[in-house]
Design a protein around this ligand. Structure first.
Ligand code: CAA
Length: 285
């Protein structure tokens, strides 16, 4: 099938990055947010990233202008009516997603593929909430979306071969490296990353070393771009806590159980970079 027009639901950190890479790959892209304030903030993030890219010599002015010309924002679901493929990147809440898919079903064509960028919910359960379980799948991007090369393609139990192949090819057309991941909590990357991050917190609580030394150890000793605490702050402590709980509920293995310190930091509002404080303190703009 030919994909020309792409819709993105949600213009937060992930949605704006996803919309940007779709527009940069030449797709006519429409991103939908709930209100103008969130929409303008998300579109502003895209513009800033592209402007910074031009200033760094990583993006040409022409590529920036083409990307921005391919991208438009809306607050209306109906504006997505001509989209061939829609990527949902809204809040991680099953009911919100169900309501949004139901509204979309009324406006889009029968051929339109729905994809979710969820990092924690069951793709088969989301697919079952739509009238197109065969044209539904998971497409999981990584933060920061424009820089991270990987995308996980997840098949629901009901995803057709045709949809899977079209989605895999679409992910490649974005300049990403797709891998096929199972519809299980954590898919491939978070299945391995989350226990590592949780273990770093447990090790710190048990006196293994300072936050700075553990980070330095993993960064310089293993060549990771960030140590575990810098990465926890980057991903968001609330997000990590949420994913860990879902993984623990499914697998019932201690490796996925959120450590007490993580829970308390979330309860205290220390979510990481986005709240100005996590394991480190950040200047809020
Ligand atoms: N436009 C174009 N290119 C840009 C750019 C821009 N605005 N800003 C930066 N870049 C380029 C840089 O030029 C640089 O390119 P080269 O390597 O060719 O020099 C590259 O992007 C890296 O940028 P920086 O040098 O500015 O920054 P950095 O080297 O510190 O890297 C980072 C930043 C990519 C975030 C890196 O620290 C990293 O990879 N961190 C780990 C991130 C990670 O693990 N993400 C996954 C989180 S888990 C997740 O998302 C899933 C989930 O479900 C929770």
């Amino acid at each position: 099938m030919q994909i020309k027009m792409v819709g993105v639901l949600g213009c937060g950190l992930m949605g704006s990055g996803i919309a940007q890479v779709c527009a940069a790959a030449g797709y006519t892209t429409i991103v939908r947010e709930l209100d103008e304030t969130f929409l303008n903030k998300g579109l502003g993030r895209v513009k800033k990233f592209l402007d910074d890219g031009v200033a760094k010599g990583k993006v040409t002015a022409e590529a920036r202008d083409t990307t921005l010309a391919n991208l438009s924002g809306t607050t209306s679901i109906a504006a997505l009516k001509d989209c061939d493929l829609i990527i949902e990147a809204i809040i991680e809440n099953l009911e919100e997603k169900r309501t949004t898919y139901a509204a979309l079903e009324h406006v889009v064509g029968a051929h339109t593929i729905f994809l979710s960028n969820t990092s924690s919910l069951c793709i088969t359960e989301l697919a079952a909430a739509t009238k197109r379980p065969d044209r539904f799948g998971g497409l999981h991007f990584f933060n920061p979306v424009p820089l991270m090369k990987l995308v996980e393609v997840i098949r629901a139990l009901t995803t057709s071969d045709e949809t899977y192949q079209a989605v895999f090819a679409f992910a490649g057309s974005l300049g990403k490296e797709p891998i096929t991941a199972p519809d299980r909590p954590g898919f491939i990357v978070n299945r391995l990353l989350v226990p590592y991050l949780l273990d770093a917190i447990r090790a710190y609580e048990n006196g293994l070393g300072t936050i700075e030394d553990i980070d330095k150890g993993m960064k310089l000793g293993c060549g990771y771009p960030m140590g575990p605490f810098t990465l926890l702050d980057f991903v968001g402590l609330d997000t990590t806590y949420y994913i860990a709980n879902i993984m623990f509920e499914e697998f019932r293995e201690p490796a996925y159980a959120p450590p007490p310190l993580l829970k308390r930091m979330v309860l205290a509002g220390r979510m990481g970079r986005k709240s100005g404080r996590g394991f480190y303190t950040y200047e809020t703009k």
